[in-house]
Design a binder for this molecule. Sequence first.
Ligand code: ADP
Ligand code: MG
Length: 695
Amino acid sequence: MDENAPGLSSPLTVLKGVGPALAKTLSRLDLHRVGDLLFLLPLRYEDRTTLHRIGSVKPGMRCLVSGEVLLAETVYRGRRSLLVRISDGSGQMTLRFFYFSRQQEAQFTNGVSVSCFGDVRPGPVGLEMVHPEYRVLRKDQQPVVTDALTPVYPMTEGVQQGRLRNLVAQALTIMKKAPPAELLPAEVLNELDLPTLSAALQYLHSPPPDTDLASIETGRHPCQMRLSFEELLAHYMSLRHLRNLANQEGAQPLEAGSALQRRFIDSLPYTLTGAQNRVIAEIGADLQEPHPMMRLIQGDVGSGKTVVAAAACAQAVAGGVQAAVMAPTELLAEQHWSSFCGWFKDLGIELAWLSGSQKKSQRQTSLEAISSGQANIVIGTHALFQEGVEFSNLALVVIDEQHRFGVHQRVALRDKGASGKVHPHQLVMTATPIPRTLAMAAYADLDTSIIDELPPGRQPVTTIALPDTRRAEVIGRVRDACSDGQQAYWVCPLIDESEVLDYQAAEASYQMLTESLASLRVGMVHGRMKNSARDKVMRAFKCGEIDVLVATTVIEVGVDVPNASLMIIENSERMGLSQLHQLRGRVGRGAEQSHCVMLYKQPLGQLAKSRLGVLRETNDGFVVAQRDLELRGPGELLGTKQTGLPDYRIANLVRDADLMPAVQKAAEVIHLSHAKSEYHIVSRWLGHAHHYGKV
Ligand code: ADP
Ligand code: MG
């Protein structure tokens, strides 16, 4: 083979027609090498493999026809248009142009042959094509019929469709001579019945005429699955690699079942649930290891994760080291602070508080207690890991509501807490349950514990859906409940993620409720407020100085106001299942029977109807998460912000989550017996810079 022949890793400039300028444009689309073109998959395909007879085409078809021009005229009826009537002997058709040049007008002389590709639709006189792609044929020239379907690539600014097709075709020719390395072992491909990488790429860029396009449209054609599979595998392996690296790092082993931990558990005003005890034991076993724990606690809202975290902290303190508990907002941090103070003050454990808004002198006192080792447990916000914070011997980091963090932040935090070769143990908690298959993809670098049991005596929240024409009734109910000493949340929708509109919606409801509930104290929080102002209102609601809290969906995940027993959600038809479940989880925390009212705008679409139905049927976050995954059609992406999931090029986790068990299995096979491929698979999909999550 010619050593100097262009290959898939050659720069794009080896292709005909690619100069420095085009190469630069393409690089902005993240296309740098010949092989990169092959991973840019077509959005759809056009069928120019058959020349259709005009007499046999039907409206709605998108197809290739040809014919002789019978008549061409420019008309001014309503809008200036060029009409060209053609015939192929079997029937006639009109080509209609609204934008055309003089040159085009002159092209269509009677008797000239043209071939056209476009959408067939009914017109005033028979069938027509509006602005078809067309070609004027020379005498005796036949229309071009292709052997394969024509790919249509995603719109790419500055590069025309035809040009892109041409470049990909050149890349395919190069691939035929020098195919990409097949990185999946034959046993994996065989078991899953998937094609090789080069066969899949060849097929998807140039599918044969008999291709089942409907199957490609679902994104689940075996050739697409072949690519999605490898991409999911690459991400999975990079996370597993992080996990394996942690196993090589050192950590302070902490003995489980200390007297201190037992005293803490015995002093609680309730007994722990079976699930809480099980998870405390799982954490206990991890902490005894000389390698850092990397564990995730998944538990539904209200399942009692905080006390489990506190038990882990007690184990650290008993081992003579420090623990840090970090919450995403001041309010949540404060909530933990007051719980921890209640639990630990009498046990002789020293706590320190650290937050961004703290006074300088207080901060100084905290910093000293932290660096001297006098403070056993430190609680706070991100401020915990800022410059200038020096721990004396930090051995456990607890991160609450971790779904706001991605893997990179997890890694950064661990590294910040490290001293020399010793890393802290890491415990992350999330209140957004996700189905098992998704968790495999999102949290492959973590071991998972699940708290799947609520504390006893909780009354399930009753949930109803009402059209918003019955808003007045609902307001009446809020008035009655709040006059009785209860509290209510009134949540307004997030509109297009726009904070301005968001704010206007909340503002309008706030006005409306202050007027109609004149005897009550109404407060408001929204996304445009400063954190400090927002926390102030939340605090007032928490201690009962506000009866009705109007909020956009910014209201904090994890806020615990047991006296609030009513949750009203406006425009619930616009919200996702998980989000609605999270909102509902803000009530049902106290002794009172709680209610959730989902107001919706009529008419209710089928999907929204199913969503609200799920919430009426179940209070279980894991069931909600699973149904959420099922109800989202393929193509509808999970918010990556919510889950910390990466963006994929080809795979779609909602659509392809079912591949995860096989991905996991293949990763093991490769790790054990094809270790070298691991590096290459990750590099192919994540690039060298992103290698193994270290950015
Ligand atoms: P989440 O898992 O949503 O973070 P929390 O830790 O805030 O839940 O706990 C919710 C409420 O349940 C708190 O008021 C807490 O004191 C209470 N709780 C936790 N565990 C138990 C238990 N075993 N029995 C009774 N109440 C409990
Ligand atoms: Mg919590």
